[in-house]
Design a protein around this ligand. Structure first.
Ligand code: NAP
Length: 539
């Protein structure tokens, strides 16, 4: 029996594959497709009862893409690109989940996926050079390679509020929204958190709840999404232009289809600057900053100039000047936190049944059986929604019990921040590929080439009859230093957010995503593989 075949070993079955993939979301599905193409046997273990990862779990009302739908889909199959019709420019969760199911069916991926299979641990068996994975139900499987397609925003975070379990109403986190939905009609609902998830959710549920209380700690710069359906003519245009659209995405820093204006905002007159800001304001999605003067997204004068333009736009939309001022972001730079897109968010606060509470002024003291108590007041609630974010990037890895050489856990190794080589491997964890820190920007555009690189690395190891590929401690140390040094300078390191782990009490601060642009990351990885996997030890 070869290692490329599933092995059944008597009563105590331990299945064996070339590769075990944890997760069947965007990257897990594509990894399965690529591995099959390369002739490697693979099995994905997925915790959910369906495929889709992020787009399976985040089914909260209002959840949708902030990237143009046709730049977010897979690019690997021309047939898929032509066959799938995105219905909206910024597609909603139900459609996105349908898309990923369509992909799973079209490429017959389901036969390699086991749903409802939460991985509890992954242990590297040094004498066999195999990873052994244990599923929640006690089943085990082994593989030479392990790929953690577990998502960078999948380990939900709910602050440890006193009395959290005493609440007698319904409570849930946006990232684990029940499949059967939550009936919010006529209910008094409290939402904690005003990040990208909270902003989408609040706008949508304000239409049906009897009363909404939003507990905001930090106001964000939120921009109009301006979503619209894709008409037949545009659909055809998109399909005819896919090559150009996707090529453009591969050239830009964050893999979006938008390009910065190469001029500095401060190099043009105040009138010209304002004219550009106003015309971009009418555009949809991320264009408002990614097609702006380049220095709007760098710390400095241009950034503050555009921030002030944004603040005025918020003030214009909110009737009560006191509430408007609460919603105007202060204290962090424009773009230093992820910029949520919205579809009527600010107007929600003009509704009589919506109350905004500043929990920086009056912090949440406890959850009570009937609601929530801040320093200043008590709020009666039927439902509490935690839009409180994620233990990003490393959280989904640390929550798995991953043990490498000498029994070292990945959680321990990452206790003071992730230590990896290019985000794809950590020394002492041979044959474990993390699709994690390496991701940057428009997720699928960044993930596809990364999966290509990882799967080709596995094929290289097998073809050359090595047992192990592991990042060297030296390469890892150099990369970790680069992340710290380069990462400290960039805009998204400047605020307290998930980008740097600052949203989780006690988590080490440091940039969790790649410090380089997407094209640079790809070039670095490609140089490493072209050079016989420089920085990796092949044994
Ligand atoms: P988030 O951006 O981390 O926001 C969490 C919110 O909860 C923040 O407003 C935070 O306030 C608040 N919060 C946390 N702990 C709190 C506490 N103890 N008391 C009061 N408030 C507290 O999380 P998210 O909104 O889920 O978004 C995470 C990321 O997911 C986004 O940045 C984005 O990358 C992605 N996302 C994407 C989309 C999309 O593409 N359409 C949609 C949703 C999410 P502070 O700001 O003060 O910490």
């Amino acid at each position: 029996m070869t290692s490329t075949q599933q092995q059944t070993q008597g009563a105590k079955e331990v299945e064996q594959y070339d590769v075990i993939v944890i997760g069947a979301g965007v990257t897990g599905l594509y990894a399965l497709y690529r591995l099959r193409q390369l002739g490697l046997s693979a099995r994905s273990f997925e915790e959910g009862s369906g495929v889709g990862g992020t787009w399976f779990w985040n089914r909260y009302p209002g959840c949708r893409f902030d990237s143009e739908s046709y730049t977010y889909g897979y690019s690997f199959s021309e047939e898929l690109l032509q066959e799938w019709d995105w219905k909206e420019h910024y597609s909603g969760q139900p459609e996105n989940e349908r898309y990923l199911n369509f992909v799973a069916d079209k490429f017959d991926l389901r036969r390699d996926i086991r749903l409802n299979s939460r991985v509890m641990s992954a242990v590297f068996c040094e004498d066999e050079n195999l990873w052994e994975v244990t599923i929640e139900d006690g089943r085990r499987a082994k593989a030479q390679f392990l790929v953690t397609s577990v998502g960078i925003l999948s380990a939900g975070y709910v602050p440890d509020f006193e009395g959290k379990d005493s609440f007698t109403g319904i409570s849930c986190h946006t990232g684990r929204w029940p499949k059967e939905g939550v009936d919010l009609a006529g209910k008094r609902v409290g939402v904690i958190g005003t990040g990208a998830s909270g902003v989408q959710l609040i706008t949508e549920i304000a239409k049906e709840v009897s009363h909404l209380t939003v507990f905001q700690r930090t106001a964000n710069f939120c921009a109009p999404l301006r979503n619209s359906p894709i008409d037949d003519e545009t659909q055809q245009e998109i399909k005819e232009n896919y090559t150009a659209i996707l090529e453009k995405c591969m050239e830009t820093p964050g893999s979006f289809m938008h390009e910065f204006d190469t001029r500095s905002a401060m190099s043009v007159s105040a009138e010209e600057r304002l004219e550009k800001y106003e015309s971009l304001w009418q555009e949809s999605g991320f264009k408002k900053w990614l097609s702006n003067f380049y220095d709007v997204m760098l710390p400095g004068e241009a950034n503050e100039d555009y921030a002030e333009f944004f603040r005025d736009k918020i003030r214009e939309r909110v009737n009560d000047p006191v509430v408007a001022e609460m919603l105007v972001p202060k204290g962090h730079m424009f773009g230093s936190k992820r910029l949520p897109c919205e579809s009527g968010y600010y107007e929600v606060y003009n509704q009589d049944n919506v109350l905004l509470v500043d929990v920086r002024e009056a912090p949440i003291e406890r959850i009570t059986p009937t609601g929530l108590k801040t320093k200043d007041a008590e709020y009666k609630l039927d439902v509490i929604v935690f839009a409180t974010g994620f233990d990003a990037v490393t959280g989904s890895l640390s929550r798995l019990d991953i043990r490498g050489e000498g029994g070292q856990t990945l959680a321990d190794k990452f206790a003071n921040g992730p230590r990896t080589y290019m985000g794809v491997q950590s020394a002492g964890f041979p044959n474990l590929f993390t699709i994690n820190q390496a991701s940057v920007g428009n997720f699928v555009r960044a993930a596809e080439p990364l999966v290509d690189w990882i799967t080709e690395a596995m094929q290289y190891v097998k073809q050359n009859e090595y047992s192990r590929i592991s990042a060297t401690p030296e390469a890892e140390a150099e990369w970790t230093k680069h992340v710290a040094e380069a990462g400290a300078k960039i805009l998204r390191s400047q605020a307290d957010s998930w980008y740097v782990g600052a949203n989780i009490p006690g988590k080490a601060r440091g940039l969790l995503t790649a410090p380089d642009t997407a094209p640079v990351m790809r070039a670095k990885r490609n140089a490493v593989s072209a050079n016989g996997y420089d920085g990796f030890l092949l044994q």
